[in-house]
Design a binder for this molecule. Sequence first.
Ligand SMILES: Nc1ncnc2c1ncn2[C@@H]1O[C@H](COP(=O)(O)OP(=O)(O)OP(=O)(O)O)[C@@H](O)[C@H]1O
Ligand SMILES: [Mg+2]
Length: 333
Amino acid sequence: MSLLSVRDLTVKFAMREQTVTALNGISFDLAKGERLGIVGESGAGKSITGFALMNLLSRPGYIDSGEILFEGDDVVQMKPRALQDMRGNRMAMIFQDPMVTLNPVLTIGEQMVETLRAHRQLSREEARQIAILKLREVYIPSPEERLEQYPHELSGGMRQRIIIAIALLLDPQLIIADEPTTALDVTIQADIMELMLELCQSNQVSLILITHDLGVVSQMTERTMVMYAGRIIETGSTRAIINDPQHPYTQGLINALPQQTKPGQRLKQIQGTMPALGRIPAGCPFNPRCEYATATCRSQIPPMSQFAQVQVACHEVQRLQFEAEANRKEELA
Ligand SMILES: Nc1ncnc2c1ncn2[C@@H]1O[C@H](COP(=O)(O)OP(=O)(O)OP(=O)(O)O)[C@@H](O)[C@H]1O
Ligand SMILES: [Mg+2]
């Protein structure tokens, strides 16, 4: 059985003028210990997916339909008590900004001890000992002293390590990390990612990693889901997505990577921008930006189908493959 099984998840925002769809029938599975990357440009619906999985959406957002089965329990139907118990205990979320999670007026120790005691029957001292252990796991030097400090007394990198320690406090089976290192220096970003990978692997924790960075996805995850305008448009093994992407959008994302550009050449950005909710075009949502778009693409939503090594939602995938093949032959000739 999958650890997580998401079926036809649809999220809407009830705005004053109209109700808009932010997630449109998302389905995927996650096995125990598996690491999944969610990528896509700003506004694709990555964070909304993360919030929805924890049933943490707040008004005007709501889950309109679908199932989120976590170890067989439907998160969508859970009562507040059960939800509270699940969050932290079984699923934890890490955000871009550590200060979203950390309370500025409590010491690190107070926050960790409170969290533990809210979920487990532990004495203060027992909880303190677990907190110290978890800080050691994330390589925080002199953890006893850190427990006495307030969040603002720590560096950004240190804070994010503490967030990871807090996420791991109750030994969850799944961590959802939303751009966990974007706010940090580049040098520290790599350290934190490496730490997360190590901890997930050694504790058999599943990871959903939300990021703009395809480099990070290829380092961290086994499977990748590409999102566009609230839909999954391509998914498969991370290796296949990076090495042989089929959707023109995914191809565009990969061509825009700095390492795909020769020195002196300009970065090949995808033209245009992600549509706002409520302005999503008919047919394939990517069609106005797609150089391969046909009349069918402008009127019909492409279904997900298996092609090469991936699942992809594109009407023209066969033609693309054919043209790419022809180009390769021409280059060789
Ligand atoms: N509270 C809200 N009310 C209305 N619309 C919202 C709200 N929060 C998000 N949205 C919209 O939902 C869509 C998806 O947003 P989401 O935050 O999931 O994007 P994202 O992929 O995480 O982008 P980013 O990479 O910038 O974090 C966007 O169009 C956004 O404007
Ligand atoms: Mg986001």
